[in-house]
Write a protein that binds this ligand. Sequence first.
Ligand code: CU
Length: 209
Amino acid sequence: MKALTLAFSVLALLLSSPAFAQGFAVRLVDQSGEAVARALVTLHSKGDAASVSALSSDAHMSQRDLQFVPGTLVVPVGSSVSFPNEDDTGHHVYSFSDAKRFDLRIIPGGESESVMFDQVGTVAIGCNIHDAMVGFIHVVDTPWALESDDAGRVDWSSVPAGNYELRIWHERLRERGQTLTFDIELADDRAEETYELNLRRARRHGGRY
Ligand SMILES: [Cu+2]
């Protein structure tokens, strides 16, 4: 019976059946009312859909013009990420984050070996040679994970109705783990919620996580 329920949930998700799905949008502002970009917003189902895990995938975070491109990746747990170097200088890419510790010396124009991200969490990426290079890899265990855009918005066109934990991560949130959580219930109709985040002042460099 459990397997049947799971199969049905997967099917409902894949087909985005209108009878089970709805839209859900989140808007993030800081204590001054400014839009908050580059926050990670995730939904974690408390019902059957919790069993539906995102599929792992391969992704890339390049180094280009002394920056990580893209600066943020959201990948399902179990994904492998490579770090190709498109610059004509070497990079020494590393992380001290609990969710993944690694370091890679990458020659100019070089391909890196892939790093497997097998633990859920946020991994802050830096370069030992270029202090200003900061990137983030969010390793998630839910299919509903989006980064807020410049307007501070994320928008899911289709989420099954039900009870969820909504988590908001931002590098400058004051909360433990830089994460806020809310219990929410999504009904059949479209919903939009605004959340105000109390952020620390921006620093020039990313911190350690
Ligand atoms: Cu570098």
